[in-house]
Design a protein around this ligand. Structure first.
Ligand SMILES: Cc1cc2nc3c(=O)[nH]c(=O)nc-3n(C[C@H](O)[C@H](O)[C@H](O)COP(=O)(O)O)c2cc1C
Length: 360
């Protein structure tokens, strides 16, 4: 486990951990946005900028670091620039759905502090593809100016999912709305079929449902953007090994660019938190270090099946630079994290990048 910044640990213990987790998230995000408005993030950027030797080529793009922020933290692309100033090599926004939706009833996000884990049943709360597109357009033009000024600019991926009220039979058309709207502003696109919090969604991981979906999204994305938009599919850790192999084969059959593995798990195995406490929280996806062994196992399995040119983004339970290095050593091209960011604070990314740079 990486050592966390003492100041953040103090704030976490004395303030954030006493708040409802979703409120704490909101507080942190508005803090980042204020820092951005005050110009503090420009200073931050100087402290956190990844070393040039971390530059990584993948998906036909240059990533300033192999380590990025997983989907779900910035669902609506509200805070891409302040998050960029923390040193992420990429930021995956979303999940965005075709239509705006409120998500599940609150409370829907829970901390398991003993496990440094989270359980969430957010249910894709987001303000829909059109609103997110407008926000991303503005962000991208600012990023273009930053790029010209030689500043740190991360790759921005867009993760899309199914609108809850759309029945599974209408899923392809619903994903196509998001594709058409968002592919032009995405460096890469992710089809999320693995969240446990949208009823029926994970059935789209069945090969016979996944094939037409991925084929249609791939064609639509390139047509809408007028260029090839790298396309990846994000899978659950709860798939049986044979199903993981089948998705990998499908990705090759369709010449997709990559796979993101993994999303949160519906399993509750391996937790230290008392089972009564865990079950009282109810349904949702579990994330954090407890997910790491399965996430690593899925990575190894995928790398065995996939040709080298198919990109794997490994995510699930990564805490420190040693975990990121391990994923890269086992064939991940890029690595993402989310839950440990909540427990470790703003300088977490910097610590990971520095640890990685020391190893190169
Ligand atoms: C609160 C929360 C919300 C999430 N929302 C999404 C989402 O909208 N789309 C998605 O693909 N993954 C989502 N995830 C999953 C993460 O992207 C990631 O795959 C998972 O948490 C495992 O990584 P971690 O252990 O580093 O958190 C969410 C995770 C959390 C904790």
């Amino acid at each position: 486990m990486s050592s966390s910044a003492p100041v953040y640990q103090l704030i976490f213990r004395s303030v954030l951990s006493r708040l409802d987790p979703e409120q704490a998230h909101g507080l942190v995000v508005s803090g980042l946005q204020t820092a951005q408005r005050l110009g503090v993030t420009r200073v931050l950027e100087k402290l956190t900028r990844p070393a040039p030797r971390l530059r990584t080529q993948a998906l036909g793009l240059t990533f300033p670091s192999p380590f990025g922020l997983a989907a779900g933290f910035d669902k609506g692309a509200h805070s891409v620039l302040p998050l960029a100033s923390l040193g992420f090599g990429h930021i995956e926004i979303g999940t965005v759905t075709g239509q705006a939706q409120p998500g599940n009833d609150k409370p829907r996000l829970f901390r398991l502090v003993q496990d440094r884990a989270l359980i969430n049943r957010m249910g894709f709360n987001n303000d829909g593809a059109t609103a997110v597109r407008q926000r991303l357009e503005r962000t991208r033009s600012r990023m273009e100016r930053m790029r010209r000024a030689g500043r740190h600019v991360p790759v921005v991926g867009v993760n899309i999912g199914k609108t809850k009220i759309v029945p599974l039979e209408g899923a392809v058309e619903d994903y196509l709305i998001s594709t058409r709207t968002l592919a032009p502003v995405a460096d890469y696109l992710v089809v999320n079929v693995s969240s446990p919090n949208t009823p029926g969604l994970r059935q789209l991981q069945d090969i016979e449902a996944l094939r037409p979906l991925l084929r249609a999204v791939g064609e639509e994305a390139d047509a809408a953007a007028g260029r090839h938009v790298p396309l990846l599919v994000k899978i659950a850790p709860d798939l049986a090994d044979a199903d993981i192999d089948a998705v990998a084969q499908l990705v090759q059959e369709l010449a997709l660019d990559g796979i993101i593995a993994t999303n949160t798990t519906v399993s509750r195995d391996g937790l230290r938190t008392a089972p009564e406490k865990v079950s009282a929280l109810g349904a949702g996806g579990l994330s954090g270090p407890v997910l790491a062994p399965r996430s690593l196992e899925v990575l190894k399995r995928l790398r065995k099946v996939l040709k080298d040119d198919v990109v794997i983004i490994s995510v699930g339970g990564v805490q420190g630079p040693e975990d990121v290095a391990q994923r890269l050593a086992h064939g991940a091209d890029l690595v993402q994290g989310y839950t440990s960011f909540i427990y470790e604070g703003a300088f977490w990314v910097r610590r990971i990048n520095r640890g990685l740079a020391r190893r190169r």
